[in-house]
Design a protein around this ligand. Structure first.
Ligand code: HEC
Length: 406
């Protein structure tokens, strides 16, 4: 799509702005971007238009302001931050949650205008199918997104990883999966485009499920953000916000469970870190900065992990874990001295689902646990007597800071 200047909005805002009715005001219009590939992009623009008009702010809409590198690897926080300075002043439709509040990102945020999140989706009228021989259900999830983090917690499931949230809904519609863990707005968008499909939506019991869409900007836009908050409050009161977002809000049935299980901001203050986002709300490395001690592992595991590492990982991550075509897995970029944005459990889940990149998820739980032991050891943690299990690794909320030997 081209860069689109919405003359109507500019004109309306000029009219509302009174004293700002000058060519200068138009030239200084706030540039609004939405996230590429987001199923809510049209809604985000509609809300932005109404909010900024209510706030008396002149706006232009930049449809391709945020460059996602053209790939399907999502948008990194870095790409977002540079777009915010260069091409946009405001991102509409930025996803925030209590487990990923982007507080470390130097961005500031408005109040939320849409509560949304990850839901469990099935066909309303499932076709009769013969159950799989192993009794496992196939669950579709979106690669590199919280959907994947939620899906890996499912018991007795086999995963169908899809590249986009639209394809994840499609997997259920077309029968590639019986169920999907997916970004709710993608379900709404899919249903609008394919009205013949009827889905049933339920909550997922995960702290990664509950999100709000907000306006994000650079730290210098505090005045603008407070005008946006005032406008949102007014639109909330007079019902205009509810009218605009009708059909997109998370159904109550799907929201309540996720909400009650979401940890508070204080207990898991987190940020995007070096995460990549896959469309909206799709943050891989959601990580807490609080937690207990690192889980125990033994020497034998480190040796076996090292062996596995040189066979399956070194070609991309480097023989010394220094990083070649893939990021370094030791040193401050991976395990900083303090305030890591990654947790041991987060890394474990990410690694055991996505790695080795040429054979994702194909190793055994024990092999992944041994690899984790090796990574902990090389990042300064000491061996002990107990074995590291896959469960202990997965559940660890300890931040991956450099261990005591460093
Ligand atoms: C074919 C290349 C390739 C192989 C083989 C590979 N990786 Fe990766 N790995 C990557 C890439 C690329 C990324 C970064 C992906 C991203 O950021 O989206 C990555 C990311 C990671 C991360 C997250 C790093 C971070 O800073 O967040 C971990 C942990 C990891 N790999 C572990 C492993 C392990 C353990 C193996 C071996 C079992 C392995 N990888 C094999 C390419 C590879």
């Amino acid at each position: 799509m081209n860069i689109r200047i919405t003359w109507l909005a500019v004109a309306a805002a000029l009219a509302a702005g009174g004293a700002h009715t000058s060519a200068h005001a138009a030239a200084n219009a706030v540039r609004v971007c939405t996230l590429p590939g987001s199923p809510t992009a049209a809604l985000d623009q509609a809300v932005a238009r109404a909010v900024l008009k209510t706030a008396g702010v002149v706006a232009t809409f930049v449809t391709h302001g945020i460059d996602d590198d053209g790939g399907d690897d999502g948008i990194s926080a870095h790409e977002l931050a540079s777009a915010l300075g260069r091409d946009c002043d405001l991102v509409a439709g930025f996803p925030r949650s209590s487990v990923a509040d982007a507080s470390g990102s130097q961005m500031i945020f408005s109040q939320g205008y849409l509560r949304s999140g990850y839901v469990s989706v099935t066909l309303r009228h499932p076709r009769a199918a013969t159950p799989a021989a192993d009794g496992k259900e196939t669950v579709a999830a979106t690669w590199s997104s919280p959907s994947q983090l939620i899906a890996v917690q499912e018991k007795n499931a086999r995963f169908d990883l899809e590249n986009t949230s639209e394809l994840t809904v499609d997997a259920v519609a077309k029968g590639r999966a019986q169920r999907a863990i997916v970004w709710y707005p993608a379900v709404v968008a899919y249903q609008r485009a394919h009205p013949q499909h009827q889905f049933a939506v339920a909550a997922t019991a995960s702290p990664y499920a509950d999100w709000h869409l907000v306006f994000a900007s650079g730290a210098g836009m505090r005045a603008l953000q407070s005008r946006i908050d005032d406008a949102l409050a007014r639109m909330n009161e007079d019902g205009r916000l509810a009218a605009l977002t009708r059909g997109w809000t998370l159904p109550d049935s799907a929201a309540s469970e996720a909400h009650s299980s979401a940890p508070s901001l204080e207990s898991t203050k987190a940020s995007y870190g070096r995460s990549a986002m896959h469309g909206p709300g799709a943050i891989i490395k959601v990580a807490a900065t609080t937690g207990g001690n690192a889980p125990a592992f033994d020497h034998e595991q480190v040796e076996h992990g090292q062996h596995l590492y040189s066979e399956s990982c070194a070609k991309c991550h480097g023989a010394q874990l220094e990083g070649i075509t893939a990021p370094a897995l030791s040193g401050p970029a991976f395990a900083p001295a303090a305030n890591s944005h990654l947790t041991i459990g987060g890394i474990y889940q990410y690694m055991s689902t996505n790695m080795p990149a040429d054979r994702p998820g194909k190793m055994t739980d024990q092999e992944y646990a041994d690899l984790m032991a090796f990574l902990l050891y090389t990042n300064g943690y000491d061996t002990g007597d107990a074995k590291l299990t896959s469960e202990a690794a997965q559940l660890s909320t300890t931040p991956l800071n450099a261990g005591p030997r460093h």
